[in-house]
Design a protein around this ligand. Structure first.
Ligand code: PLP
Length: 384
């Protein structure tokens, strides 16, 4: 820290100079991120309300009302307008909150997690002192439900399913998981951090869309992140519970707040009211029609990309894309070398042990994908 602060202009100049090398979504090179450029309206209202802290809701009662509305809107997207929950910092916090509720509700010590689940679920289990039981996948990269059923026992606090896996966008057989959860009276949590803003629109667009939401009776909570396909600024995750009783499991009255005592059921204390307001604004502005159009565009581009990949000698898809996530593999060429070849050419792609992952987000344009496919072809042939 300097004793004397610098002038505003020199700070801005330094930031411009120093941050120039950070990537931007507009460049089109970011093909491996689940986040995107937020909607301009969401950015604008976020900036307008940055001082609001929902840890002290008595000071911001109108913002708190908007959070209740946001949760109802996202709940209705997931077939339960009576859902309760919160806008949190992201999918990681949402998953932690869900397992926290499942643990406290059941008083049990194990959680059954698919091998493909996001890393946050294993970390959350660890933090909560829960033993995580990892269940293998079937040949379609979905959790093996027979194995899940075998692993349920009297210590099981929760079963987790993913609706849109991080690595491939695959949806676990949630209907079967729901049967298992109901039969054994076990909590079922669904991580739809990515898929929650995609899957509800797929069937309306004529794509196959497996059921994953609150229509399935075993599902007790769902994570769905507005800062992924919801076009909200970071941070904005969502944790939705089937009903308010589940939230009460982890609620505590905080007495000392300036706005008066208030019930709390989030992991964090101070949390952004601006995030809530931004999510509210973008949901209201885009409506189902706006999100459907967004998903349609991403899915059309995904189809184009998938076809282009299959035309490149030596490359294959890991699996037919369910949503706007594509996995590229090769039996002839080392995938790591292809990824290196792409990265040298400036592409920001994700690398998994057996495949390269592309997420076709709203910031991706057709011409970006055409250039990417040319580079992919070069990177593949160079390493054959
Ligand atoms: N769940 C899934 C399925 C994800 O893909 C991710 C992130 O990619 C998360 C949870 C974690 O979300 P966040 O990074 O917002 O904490």
């Amino acid at each position: 820290m300097f004793e004397e602060g610098l002038k505003k202009e020199s700070i801005l100049e330094e930031l411009k100079r120093r941050l120039g090398a950070d990537l931007s979504y507009d460049s089109g090179v970011i093909l491996g991120s689940m986040c995107t450029k937020p909607h301009p309206l969401a950015n604008r209202v976020f900036i307008d309300h940055m001082e609001k802290n929902l840890f002290d809701p008595g000071l911001y009662p109108e913002t708190q009302k908007l959070e209740i509305e946001v949760v109802k809107m996202m709940g209705s997207l997931l077939s339960n307008p009576c859902a309760s929950g919160h806008i949190v910092s992201g999918g990681t916090e949402g998953n932690l909150t869900a397992l926290w509720a499942a643990r406290d509700l059941s008083g049990k010590s194990e959680v059954i997690i698919p091998a493909s689940a996001h890393i946050s679920l294993r970390r959350a289990s660890h933090l909560l002192g829960l033993k995580s039981i990892t269940v293998r996948l079937n040949e379609s990269f979905q959790v093996d439900t027979r194995e899940v059923e075998k692993r349920v026992n009297s210590n099981t606090a929760a079963i987790v399913g993913t609706a849109g896996t991080t690595e491939l966008g695959v949806v676990d057989p949630i209907k079967e998981l729901s049967h298992i959860a109901v039969d054994h009276s076990v909590y079922l949590h669904i991580d739809a951090a990515f898929g929650g803003f995609v899957l509800p629109f797929l069937s309306e667009l004529g794509f196959e869309a497996p059921m994953f939401d609150f229509r399935l009776p075993g599902v007790r909570s769902i994570v769905v992140d507005p800062h992924k396909m919801g076009l909200a600024p970071i941070p904005a995750g969502g944790i939705l519970f089937r009903n308010s009783t589940l939230v009460e499991t982890i609620s505590e009255m905080i007495p000392y707040l300036a706005g008066g005592e208030a019930e709390h059921s989030t992991v964090t204390g101070t949390r952004s009211g601006a995030s809530v307001i931004a999510v509210w604004a973008v949901l209201k502005h885009l409506g189902r029609k706006g999100y459907r159009a967004l998903v349609k565009r991403c899915m059309e581009l995904t189809k184009r990309l998938a076809e282009g990949i299959q035309q490149i000698n030596g490359l294959e898809l890991m699996v037919k894309p369910t949503m706007n996530i594509v996995g590229i593999k090769s039996d002839d060429v080392d995938i790591l070398s292809i990824a290196r070849g792409l990265r040298v050419r400036g592409w920001a792609i994700s690398l998994f042990p057996r495949h390269i992952r592309i997420v076709v987000m709203p910031h991706t344009e057709g011409n970006h994908l055409e250039t990417f496919l040319e580079d992919l072809k070069k990177a593949t042939s160079q390493n054959r």
